[in-house]
Design a protein around this ligand. Structure first.
Ligand code: ADP
Length: 624
């Protein structure tokens, strides 16, 4: 058996495999996570960002904002675009309702009218509380003068309320996701107006999710789907159809929704249509993001790197170490849980977990390591196949060799037995020592012959040469013959061999094989039993089967060995270390022979309580 034990070299290789393989896998996972996070996958991330926004229940509006739109209905009714006089009348309507602030998205330079009419508009506008003209521009520091309006509008305030879309940066899909809050230290209009309802955000650092971008500070907008804000038609205002308190205490955004220019519309995470949302509603969303302080907080890069690394490690582990189905379930479950968590954080905490990197890392690790695993497994099964082939060849060689040797040994042993017999029976007197020597010689040659016969039988079984030669034989008669043969052996150990046979008819059996089976059981019983005990061999017929039992008062068999006594070459520990001779083949062959007869063999035994071996043979066995 020593040849099966690994040598030092193999042990070292195994050690290296055991301790370094996980490290190498870990290393791979780190490298992939590192490489993946070096690249920006803005477009994919934008899709995941938009997906989360669309899937989450739409946030409620603050209720502090309302809008007025110059819509197609207004043009229809007036048969033209509203002029300066119409705008003045609209402002008068607004004044009646006392809004908190008015954000005019229409620049005065776009108003049509005489100088006097424009002046009248400017004067009315100046009376409206919090009236401000929103300019879609970012002023340079010190160049704020550029926003100063020329007469007759000089008394009105214009302020920066720029919109921004991912045109050249990030996802480059021209979708509006962010808004400016300040630039070079100048706070923009949205913050100032939103602070009317949420004063805390005057301190920019308290704006949720605010981040630095070049010289500016920005925040991701908490968008609602288009149509979330009340829209009042310009013409309804002019014609006195607004409800009494529609604008009271609200920030009113006035703009255009005429579908004539793309400038008045934006694309949003909800829709990439060119006119997905009016600029009016975009400003409303921007203001509400600040009023409710719900800007999206993007988790820092280190969190992203950490999550990507964890998912990479998990994927590599799953692909290389787990069974495919379990692995796939675990990986799918983890990816799903990660996505669900990202979604819930997005929804409940307005926290943005970057998903593109971890998901891509999982994908890359999976597709990178699957072929690797396949190659490894292929190699393993190839090695296994080769080993198996070699083992079968060795086994065949061994059996052939043993059969050949045993065959050749049989004749000389028989000759020794014959010669010993002749000398023992010879009338010439022998000295006591000579007689003892000859008797030992006879016993040893008998043991040797038994051993050789067992090996030969094994060879026959393994080469599948064994065929049953059925003859009719009375089992009782067979048992009596066998008992007669073993009487001498039993007596030599002062064992009484008792026989209890129920009369029965002959049955079909291979007499030679069944003789070997019963002889083996009786011999074992004598061999393993201590002196002065009793052995009972009995037969009976039950349920159409012949039941033969050999019971002894020997040492019995340990519980954990009982299942193995019928295995090839199995000898119990006690038997191995005692001087009781045996090959460990007897019961293996017995089982094989009995099963060839479609019978069964079993043992009932307990340590110290003796053993009872039971053979059951069918009474109606047919020729195969
Ligand atoms: P062996 O040549 O060792 O007797 P067997 O195949 O006949 O081989 O028996 C296998 C093992 O079963 C024996 O080594 C012994 O440990 C156990 N065994 C068989 N018969 C008995 C018995 N009657 N009492 C106790 N142990 C037995």
């Amino acid at each position: 058996m020593t040849s099966r034990e690994p040598n030092l070299n193999q042990k070292l290789v195994r050690f290296a495999r055991i301790s370094y393989q996980p490290l190498i896998r870990l290393g791979f996972a780190f490298v992939i996570a590192f490489l993946v996070t070096r690249f920006q996958f803005d477009y994919i991330e934008a899709l995941l960002y938009d997906g989360r926004m669309r899937l989450r229940p739409a946030p409620t509006v603050s209720g502090h904002i309302t809008t007025v739109a110059i819509d197609p209905k207004t043009i229809d009714r007036l048969h033209r675009a509203p002029d300066a006089k119409d705008h003045t009348r609209l402002l008068e309507r607004m004044l009646e309702q006392k809004p908190k602030a008015v954000m005019y998205l229409i620049h005065p330079s776009e108003l049509v009218g005489s100088y006097e009419e424009l002046k009248a508009w400017a004067e009315t506008a100046a009376q409206v509380p919090g009236f401000v003209i929103a300019v879609d521009d970012v002023p340079m520091k010190g160049a704020e003068e550029a926003f100063r309006l020329s007469p007759p509008f000089e008394s009105l305030k214009a302020d920066a309320a720029p919109s921004t879309s991912d045109r050249n940066l990030f996802a480059r899909d021209v979708v509006t996701r962010r808004m400016f809050t300040s630039y070079q230290g100048q706070t923009f209009l949205h913050v100032k107006l939103a602070a009317l309802f949420n004063p805390k955000i005057r301190d920019e650092n308290r704006i949720h999710g605010i981040f630095d971008f070049l010289d500016a500070r920005q925040v991701f907008i908490d968008f609602r789907p288009a149509g979330s804000y009340p829209v009042h038609s310009f013409i309804d205002g002019l014609e006195g159809r607004w409800q009494k308190d529609d604008l009271r205490n609200k920030i009113v955004i006035v703009g255009r929704d005429l579908r004539t220019t793309v400038k008045d519309y934006i694309r949003t995470p909800y829709s990439r249509e060119i006119n997905a949302m009016t600029a009016i509603e975009m400003h409303a969303n921007m203001l509400d993001t600040l009023i409710l302080n719900n800007g999206y907080y993007k988790l820092p890069d280190w969190v992203n790197i950490f999550l990507t690394t964890v998912i990479s490690i998990l994927t590599v582990y799953v692909v290389l170490a787990l069974k495919p189905t379990r692995g796939l379930l675990l990986l799918g479950g983890s990816v799903l849980s990660f996505s669900l968590l990202s979604y819930l954080l997005f929804w409940w905490g307005t926290i943005w977990v970057v998903m593109a990197h971890p998901l891509l890392a999982a994908f890359i690790c999976y597709y990178f390591f699957i072929p690797y695993r396949l190659i490894m497994e292929n190699r393993k099964s190839w090695e296994y196949l080769q080993k198996n082939r070699l083992l079968t060849q060795v086994e065949e060689l061994k059996t052939n060799f043993l059969s050949m040797m045993s065959h050749d040994l049989k004749t000389p042993i028989a000759r020794i037995q014959g010669m010993t017999d002749i000398v023992l029976k010879d009338p010439t007197p022998l000295s006591e020592r000579q007689r003892e020597a000859l008797q030992t010689l006879e016993k040893s040659s008998h043991e040797l012959l038994d051993f050789v016969t067992s090996i030969l039988n094994l060879g026959r079984i393994e080469s599948k040469e064994l065929r049953l030669h059925l003859q009719s034989k009375d089992p009782n008669q067979l048992i009596q013959e066998i008992a007669g043969k073993f009487e001498y052996l039993a007596k030599s150990k002062n064992i009484s061999l008792m026989i209890e046979l129920e009369p029965m008819f002959s049955i079909k059996m291979d007499v030679d094989l069944i003789r070997q089976v019963i002889a083996n059981l009786v011999e074992n019983a004598i061999k393993y039993s201590p002196e002065g005990t009793r052995i009972l061999v009995s037969t009976e017929e039950a349920h159409g089967r012949v039941v033969i039992q050999v019971a002894d008062q020997g040492p019995g068999i340990l519980e954990d060995e009982i299942g193995q006594v019928f295995s090839k070459f199995y000898r119990s520990k006690d038997a191995k270390y005692s001087n009781i001779k045996g090959s460990g083949l007897g019961l293996y062959l017995a089982k094989y022979f009995v099963e060839l007869h479609k019978g069964t063999i079993s043992v009932d035994s307990a340590p110290g309580a003796g053993s009872t071996f039971t053979v059951e043979l069918p009474t109606d066995l047919q020729e195969p």
